[in-house]
Structures are given as structure tokens and as C-alpha cells.
Design a binder for this molecule. Structure first.
Ligand code: BG6
Length: 299
């Protein structure tokens, strides 16, 4: 679909609407409006920067200091992490999918008013070192936000080994006032303690210092309870064995040039994917699908 045709074709009426805008730094962005919600999606990184239900505060945190530049990650929203998680020598942290522009493959307007935006990742020099593969990402905007990230190994004989992660930044009232449930009894790597292996003891995790944890072998949903906002955030996932919980707290916030010094207090990342020992080894001809559904309820 060409951008011009799509922008001329913005829908009206009961169906969801999509408008094309030149947004931050004139980067192309889709503004989606449905009967329940609004969302903003950049082609850069296939990045969802906003989702907001009517009469609710935004679901996603966005840094006021974020850069919007091809080749650099957007700080906030939902970065798409692929094909590796974390640092890799001589290569960009968290892979290249979040710092390159994706193609818009299709817009689907459902009769119920929901809108699905389908992206496809174009080949790039970095992707050519891996077995041939197809990378697609579908974002469905309705009363929930549904994310479907799929990788197909197009090789006839090679296994494709990769990590993936949908790195959701949630907006919260005050990070010290929320609880995170759903991880009790799960083994994790504590990145703040040099990757020490630990076991989560708490029914409800509280944040009172820097937190950077990779929870392994866990497929359970997560619930963030935010009493001051009167809101619960429900994170359900399929095709994901890892959950990452991250808050940079004070010192790390100051070290990040694209993040405000005090912004750590209004956000928490709960990321769903397959990282570290949960990396995916995808057989030839197979498709791996990571699905995350984000919903909110009153508390
Ligand atoms: C998290 C990692 O997923 O992302 C952290 O566990 C990292 O270690 C954070 O600091 C942010 O990464 P980046 O590359 O977006 O600054």
C-alpha cells in the first residue's frame, strides 16, 4: 500500500480510522482511532508510541527526551527487540529491528471497529548474515492492544537461532506505589547483581531500587496494580518463555541521554519474549509467533 493512497483513504464512520502524519522529525506515523481507543505507530521500528483507551490515562510511557531518528531507538512505547536481546559486540544493543524503518504491508478494518496494522521488515545488510527469514508484526487496536510478532525461517536446511522481545514501557502513577504479580516461584537472572541466578519469592513485587531481571521459563500473565490510578494492567502472552522487568531508577536514568532524570518514577517495563536460555531455535520452514495482549481494568 502506498502512503499517499492510504492517507487519502482514511476511513470514516463506525469503522476504525487511520490517518498518516508526518510526526516527530517528520517521521511517518499512523494515527489509529477506534470506538474504544487511539494509538500511534511509527514505521521506524514498527514502534507503538501510544495507546490510550477513552476516559483513561495513556497505557504506555514515552520519554519527553526520546530521539526520533532513524538508526536510534525510540525511548518508550513498545520497542521491537530482534534478533538479539542486550548488547552484542560491534552491533546495536537489542538488535536492529527497532532502529530501522519497517514497511506497511496491510491495514485491516474489522466490522467491529478494530484496526490491525501489519508491518513487514525489509531485508537489510544486517539481516543477510542470518538464514533467510520473513519478519512480520501485526498490531491490533481495539479495547485492548494486541501485538503479534512472527518470524518464518525460509531456509531449506539451516536452523535460525534468535531472541525476541516486545519491550513494553507502561505508564504508572508512581513506580514505588505499584505491585507486579505473576512471577512468584520463577527463576531469574538479576542483571543488577551480575546476572546472579535467583528465585522470585514475592506474590507481588514492589520497586524501590534499580530493577533489571530476566525471568526464565515463564508463560504466565502479569498484572500491574496501580492503586493511585485505580487501574490494573493485564499482560497476557503466547509463544513467550521469558519476562523481563526493568526500571533504571536514579543513577541509570541520569546516564541515559534520551531519558529524563526523574522519569523512572512514572514507568515500568514488563517485556515479553524469548531471551537468554529461552532463545528460539527455529527449524527450516517453521514459523515462530509471539503474541502479547495488553488490557486494562479498574482496580
Ligand atoms: C532492558 C534491559 O530490556 O532494556 C536493560 O534488560 C536495558 O538492561 C534496558 O538497560 C534498556 O535498553 P536500551 O538499549 O533501550 O537503553
Amino acid at each position: 500500500m502506498s502512503m499517499t493512497a492510504a492517507s487519502q483513504g482514511a476511513r470514516e464512520g463506525n469503522l476504525g480510522r487511520v490517518a498518516f502524519l508526518d510526526a516527530q522529525n517528520e517521521l511517518p506515523m499512523l494515527e489509529v482511532t477506534t470506538p474504544w481507543s487511539t494509538a500511534e505507530l511509527y514505521l521506524l521500528g514498527a514502534h507503538v508510541t501510544s495507546f490510550q483507551k477513552r476516559d483513561e490515562p495513556p497505557l504506555l510511557f514515552m520519554s519527553q527526551c526520546s530521539r526520533f531518528v532513524e538508526g536510534q531507538p525510540i525511548r518508550g512505547g513498545i520497542p521491537v527487540i530482534f534478533p538479539w536481546f542486550g548488547p552484542r559486540e560491534g552491533m546495536p544493543q537489542h538488535g536492529y529491528a527497532r532502529i530501522k524503518s519497517w514497511e506497511l504491508k496491510e491495514l485491516v478494518h474489522s466490522p467491529d471497529g478494530s484496526v490491525t496494522v501489519r508491518f513487514r521488515f525489509p531485508q537489510c545488510p544486517e539481516s543477510l548474515v542470518f538464514p533467510p527469514h520473513t519478519l512480520e508484526y501485526a498490531v491490533t487496536v481495539k479495547d485492548t492492544l494486541k501485538l503479534q510478532f512472527s518470524v518464518t525461517n525460509d531456509s531449506a536446511e539451516e536452523v535460525f537461532t534468535f531472541e525476541n522481545c516486545l519491550h513494553c514501557y507502561f505508564q504508572v502513577s508512581d513506580v514505588t506505589a505499584i505491585t507486579v504479580a505473576g512471577l512468584k516461584g520463577v527463576r531469574y537472572l538479576d542483571k543488577v547483581a551480575r546476572f546472579a541466578e535467583k528465585m522470585e519469592q514475592n506474590d507481588a513485587i514492589r520497586i524501590a531500587s534499580e530493577v533489571d531481571r530476566i525471568y526464565l521459563d515463564t508463560t504466565d500473565p502479569i498484572e500491574i496494580a496501580d492503586p493511585r490510578l485505580g487501574r490494573r494492567i493485564l499482560i497476557e502472552k503466547e509463544g513467550s518463555a521469558s519476562t523481563v522487568v526493568w526500571n533504571p531508577w536514579t543513577d541509570k536514568s541520569q546516564q541515559m541521554p534520551d531519558f529524563g532524570n526523574d522519569e523512572y518514577s512514572r514507568m515500568l517495563c514488563v517485556e515479553s519474549g524469548n531471551v537468554a536460555a529461552n532463545e528460539i531455535r527455529l527449524a527450516p520452514g517453521q514459523t515462530s509467533s509471539l503474541v502479547v495482549n495488553l488490557a486494562t481494568r479498574t482496580l
